[in-house]
Design a protein around this ligand. Structure first.
Ligand code: GLU
Length: 415
């Protein structure tokens, strides 16, 4: 079996496959692969006990050919430069495929946010913002939440940035509504994943109300994906969060489960279900699987056991490169992250546009325009896959890389 690659190598391999299929030259390849700017910072933060801890932070600005850099900030113990770089690259292809006027970037701080108090997180976030404020900006680079960060984190960034540059709501997206956040932004990644999941179900000759669904991760992405699949009539039979997983083959009452989680509980507090091992959720007998937690969860070890015929990558890169080949050989349809979870950055674009115009959209408009963009991205990817006979991942990268290459060329960077 081939050696599985790191997330960064796997992402570059996807770019290289597109570069080859589009017949792009080496100088164009270099321009598309090498990040345009990266910053690494040391962040001394006073902890509640009076000691100072120095955290490491990153921002990888991968490509801004199509517009300002755009992408989340992740607080996670595994965050390092390579990891942040890989995620920044994925943002470039995601924004291009979704056809929103941004490039791609990602930020990260190596920290387990669950171990810090709110005050410590507040101080860490302000220190990080002060260390990168000169390379971000409404027309330069617009951060957003990602794993381990939230609307509250964005509020702190906006406040710290505003103390230097003046009130600037468009500096971050995914903010609290009270500070200029957009209605529908929080649910958008999950809603978008469900929209393309339903499209894949229909393309397979079925309908959502005939399908069973398992969702790994009941956080920002997974919960909204489960809710939207439920609203579309699908039977969501299993979900998980960091504390455990639950199953009920007759279907879970997702609105009831959401209420428990919104009240501060975990999915295991839901009474009408049996406990399940977190790892077993990924190989459950179901039609659609949505890994919406973290990367590298479907690996060469468990990929042969995946029984769902459609896998929707709610998280970024949950399927490793070798696992992807195993799933493809088994005839599984993997809807890739750059398509499946593009709903977040699409709604971020709407939020940014609202901030610039100082005008708020109603929820119905956000959802309508989000669904439209998700359908368009699905259509263009499916058409490319049908034309070339390859996977949805390959098709998505072909479309995205060709769009970015085109702007690089028009800007005159590469002939
Ligand atoms: N962190 C999200 C993602 O990976 C959203 C990024 C954004 O809205 O800028 O797509």
């Amino acid at each position: 079996m081939a050696q599985d690659s790191s997330m960064l190598d796997g992402t570059i391999a996807s770019i290289d496959t597109a570069v080859r299929s589009l017949g792009l030259e080496d100088d164009m390849r270099e321009t598309l692969v090498v990040p345009w700017r990266e910053i690494q910072v040391g962040l001394p933060v006073q902890m509640d006990d009076g000691n100072v801890r120095v955290f490491r932070g990153y921002r990888s600005q991968h490509n801004a050919a199509r517009g300002p850099y755009k992408g989340g900030i992740r607080y996670h113990p595994n965050a390092d430069l390579d990891h942040t770089r890989a995620l920044g690259m994925l943002m470039t292809w995601k924004t291009a495929l979704a056809d929103v006027p941004f490039g791609g970037a990602k930020g990260g701080v190596s920290v387990n946010p669950r171990e810090l108090s709110t005050g410590e997180l507040n101080r860490l976030t302000r220190r990080y913002t002060m260390s990168i404020h000169h390379v971000i900006g409404v027309n330069r680079d617009i951060p957003a939440p990602d794993l381990g960060t939230s609307a509250q984190t964005m509020a702190w960034i906006m406040d710290a940035y505003g103390s230097i540059h003046g009130h600037t709501p468009g500096i971050v997206t995914g903010k609290p509504i009270e500070l200029g956040g957009s209605l529908g932004r929080a649910e958008a990644p999950g809603r978008g994943a469900a929209v393309v999941g339903c499209r894949a179900i229909v393309d397979s000759g079925s309908t959502p109300d005939q399908c069973t669904v398992a969702v790994q991760g009941f956080g920002a992405v997974g919960a909204a994906a489960a809710q939207t699949m439920f609203d579309n009539g699908a039977k969501v039979i299993a979900v998980s969060d960091v504390d455990g997983a639950i199953i009920n083959t007759s279907g879970l009452d997702i609105p009831a489960l959401l209420r428990i989680v919104l009240d501060g509980g975990s999915v295991s507090d839901y009474a009408d279900a049996d406990p399940l091992d977190n790892v077993d959720l990924l190989t459950l007998d179901c039609d659609l699987l949505i890994p919406a937690a973290i990367e590298d969860v479907i690996t060469p070890e468990n990929a042969p056991d995946v029984r769902a015929s459609i896998i929707v990558e709610g998280a970024n890169r949950p399927v490793t490169s070798v696992a992807d080949e195993i799933l493809a050989d088994a005839g599984k349809n993997v809807i890739p992250d750059i398509l499946a979870n593009a709903g977040g950055v699409i709604a971020s674009y709407f939020e940014w546009a609202q901030n610039i115009q100082v005008f708020n959209w109603e929820l119905e408009r956000v959802n309508r325009e989000l669904d439209k963009k998700m359908h368009e991205a699905y259509d263009v990817t499916k058409a490319q896959a049908d034309r070339n006979g390859g996977s949805m991942r390959k098709a998505a990268f072909d479309v995205a890389v060709s769009r970015v290459a085109e702007t690089v060329k028009i800007r005159g960077y590469v002939g």
